[in-house]
Design a protein around this ligand. Structure first.
Ligand code: NAP
Ligand code: HSE
Length: 434
């Protein structure tokens, strides 16, 4: 059996998972790929770091040239993250005819075209299943299994860290900080968790998914983004009263040929399957015009789930044939030119939590402004002591409105003497067709 040498760039959470899977599932991998796979070099920054896996010391290097100049290394697995030097190392590896597997959504979403074009021009394979939703085969699903469909909409919980944090806040009353610490310890969070909690990671992933599902190039800046740092336990309690759950939802819709892409905390009905996706699990609901509704569910982060996607990509490369000179690009993101619908044009329902002075006429003034902007109310809850001079919480839930109407109405509501603060605004999604 032919031996094939692989190099790993990075031995952190994902690299460790890849190592463990190659070690524990060796027989399956050899039989399924038809090759005797061997990791022959691993690039890290710090050679002496304790890694938690039993890797022979002689495999570890801090010199990328040892990998680049070794012609016997056929596949480079990039699991180091960040833009540079990951981009440079992948470009140089492809120039030398090495195939690539990567989990780097940040780089793919912001500079993927250069990498795809390089792979095409050098006739090498470029696989990136682990870049979206960890162990869930969503890239393969869209690129291969759903190509008969016109995809109309997708809704995803595609960041494990934020879903873990929101789950812990909702179910165990943990503080945001305690929950984030747990996600970092479990290896779900990015090296800089700002990327998770401020929604950048989900924004990158939604850009990748949208580009594949709609066969179009996506500028990541066109994906509207909000993180979860403004979500408080009190919002989750109100959500419960409204029979809703709060999730960081990634949404893409094709509305009459215009793409609407957004990542933001969203209240969704408690009885919707996405509301029951907890912990580091991810889920993507795809609506295709032939297949109907299709849901993917699985672990979206962590060493073994992500390693599962990376090693499967590596096996695919081996099965497709590392010696083949007829390698076809699988990336078809320039088939259509789609216009973008900006966030101001989005239609949604809204939860608005305010702090107001408790005196007659407050609600009348607020509803008057909403009415002037053609926004109708679905429900109102007021909580707090009716003590002179003290603030009370007034929560409003609107019917469907256009975002620009809400923005304009909120500007006017802020001007009211009795409204001291708009504490939070969360969009509500009830999965109705437009
Ligand atoms: P990580 O734990 O921070 O590991 C990064 C590894 O890369 C470390 O071993 C580090 O070396 C090495 N590295 C970083 N910069 C380097 C450089 N300039 N030169 C040499 N080595 C370098 O990160 P991770 O969580 O494994 O994530 C890796 C990638 O997978 C990222 O793109 C991430 O977005 C993606 N991803 C992660 C997950 C997850 O669940 N964690 C899931 C899907 C995708 P040292 O150890 O010596 O510092
Ligand atoms: N930090 C990412 C997450 C890793 O929490 O989802 C998986 O892409």
């Amino acid at each position: 059996m032919e031996k094939v040498k692989i190099a790993l760039l990075g031995l952190g959470n994902v690299g460790r998972g890849v190592w463990m899977i190659l070690d524990s599932n060796k027989e399956e991998i050899v039989k399924r790929s038809g090759y005797d796979v061997e990791i022959s070099k691993i690039l890290v920054r710090d050679k002496d770091k304790e890694r938690g896996v039993d890797v022979p010391k002689e495999l570890i290097t801090t010199d990328f040239n040892e990998i680049l100049n070794d012609e016997s290394i056929k596949i480079v697995i990039e699991v180091m993250g960040g833009i540079e030097p990951a981009r440079d190392y992948m470009i140089k590896s492809m120039e030398k005819g090495k195939h690539i597997v990567t989990a780097n959504k940040m780089l793919l979403a912001t500079g993927g075209d250069e990498l795809f074009e390089m792979a095409d021009s050098k006739g090498v394979m470029f696989q990136y299943e682990a870049s979206v939703a960890g162990g869930i085969p969503i890239i393969q699903g869209i690129n291969e299994s759903l190509t008969a469909n016109k995809i109309k909409e997708m809704y995803g919980i595609i960041n494990g860290t934020t879903n873990y944090i929101l789950s812990k806040m909702e179910l165990e009353n943990l503080s945001f900080e305690e929950a984030l610490k747990g996600a970092t310890e479990k290896g779900y969070a990015e090296a800089d968790p700002t990327s998770d909690i401020e929604g950048f990671d989900a924004q990158y992933k939604l850009a990748i998914l949208s580009s594949l599902a709609f066969g179009t190039k996506i500028d990541v800046e066109n994906v509207y983004r909000e993180g979860i740092t403004h979500i408080q336990s009190i919002d989750m309690e109100y959500a419960k009263e409204f029979k809703m759950a709060v999730k960081l939802l990634a949404i893409v819709k094709d509305v009459n040929g215009k793409l609407e892409m957004r990542v933001h905390p969203t209240m969704i009905p408690r009885n919707h399957p996405l509301a029951n996706v907890y912990d580091s699990f991810n889920s993507v609901l795809v609506k295709g015009n032939a297949v109907g509704d299709l849901m993917f569910y699985g672990r979206g982060a962590g060493d073994l789930p992500t390693g599962s996607a990376v090693v499967s990509d590596m096996i695919n490369i081996l099965k497709l044939g590392i010696h083949s000179d007829n390698i076809q690009s699988v990336v078809k993101n320039n088939l259509w030119d789609k216009k973008i619908r900006s966030i101001e044009g989005v239609h949604s329902k809204y939860y608005i939590r305010t702090s107001v002075v408790d005196e007659p006429g407050v609600l009348r003034d607020i509803t008057g402004i909403l009415g002037d902007h053609d926004i109708s109310l679905r429900s109102v809850i007021q909580k707090g002591q009716n003590k002179k001079g003290e603030l009370v919480t007034l929560v409003l839930v609107t019917h469907r409105a256009k975002e620009i109407q809400i923005i304009d109405a909120i500007d006017e509501i802020y001007e009211l003497r009795t409204v001291k603060k708009i504490d939070n605004i969360i969009r509500i999604e009830e999965f109705e067709e437009e």
